[in-house]
Design a protein around this ligand. Structure first.
Ligand SMILES: [Zn+2]
Length: 284
């Protein structure tokens, strides 16, 4: 039977030649298809979720880390190194790093631009508007040194205090980008795994949302094959920008229950993935 088919097909040389371009076309389609899949792909999942917590609050050590650990999820903590809940609880932060959460840089003194509207909380000593670029860069580098002393890591990410990126019109991170893999900004946008400025990645500032509202934000990221970066401050108190412990727990529960479709990871790992898959914007 096989022999017969072989002998009848083989003499038809012209037919064999005709199929060759078709095969090439099929292979081209296949590679285009797999390219488009990988371009939308987040570590083989529908979306990526990054949980970030700003300003080194006691509640992050007391409530957030235990909640994340109970679901085996990892978070990114943007630490202000001079804040007391950081400087007075160093051994605990060291344990947080040992447990694979990310210790990330949110400067030494959290300077914000006091010349912007709504910035009456900015004190003269830590007003970014009166800093030099050199001063903020030195403080950022010193914070990296403090964090490296705790976790031994050379790779790190940064978040701009108050989202302010400039001193007198100059982007202060420009000269020290080599210190960081990526930086988180504050513009509320879903992130696509397509060419993106990794030194000002969007995030959603959370304040008062319910658990269901937080979950619906993740569902939107799943539908649009996006990465969503959550920006938390207070979780169950300690900051004017706050979300309840219950809402936060509901979000973590949803992420865990849907972990086959959702990649919950640190900002560092997400940024490295975007670089590795060629989606980081070439900035130089
Ligand atoms: Zn902050």
């Amino acid at each position: 039977m096989h022999q017969k088919q072989h002998s009848t097909r083989n003499p038809d040389h012209s037919n064999h030649l005709k199929t060759k371009p078709l095969k090439k076309y099929f292979l081209l389609l296949l590679s285009l298809y797999s390219f488009s899949v990988s371009a939308q792909d987040w570590n083989k999942k529908k979306c990526a979720v990054v949980l970030t917590y700003d300003d080194a609050l006691n509640v992050h050590l007391d409530k957030v880390v235990p909640a994340l650990d109970s679901f085996k999820l990892k978070g990114t903590f943007y630490l202000t190194a001079a804040a007391a809940p950081f400087s007075k609880r160093l051994p605990e932060w060291k344990k947080v790093a040992a447990n694979k959460h990310e210790l990330a840089n949110h400067t030494l003194f959290h300077p914000c631009d006091g010349s912007q509207p709504g910035r009456s909380f900015v004190t003269p000593d830590y007003n970014l508007a009166t800093y030099s670029v050199r001063r903020i860069q030195d403080e950022v580098k010193m914070t990296n040194a403090a964090l490296e002393a705790l976790d031994g890591k050379k790779e790190r990410t940064f978040a701009y205090p108050c989202g302010d990126t400039k001193v007198a019109g100059v982007s202060y991170l420009d000269g020290i980008k080599g210190e960081f893999v990526a930086a988180r900004g504050v513009q509320g946008v879903m992130v696509q795994n397509s060419p993106t400025d990794l030194y000002n990645v969007g995030s959603f500032m959370i304040n008062g949302q319910t658990g269901d509202e937080l979950i619906s934000m993740v569902k939107k990221a799943m539908e649009t094959n996006s990465m969503i970066v959550f920006l938390f401050h207070g979780v169950g108190g300690e900051h004017a920008l706050n979300v309840s412990l219950d809402a936060h727990r509901k979000l973590l529960q949803f992420l865990k229950q849907n972990e086959k479709e959702i990649w919950t990871t640190t900002f560092l790992e997400a940024a490295k993935y975007m670089k590795a898959t060629g989606s980081a914007q070439k900035t130089n």
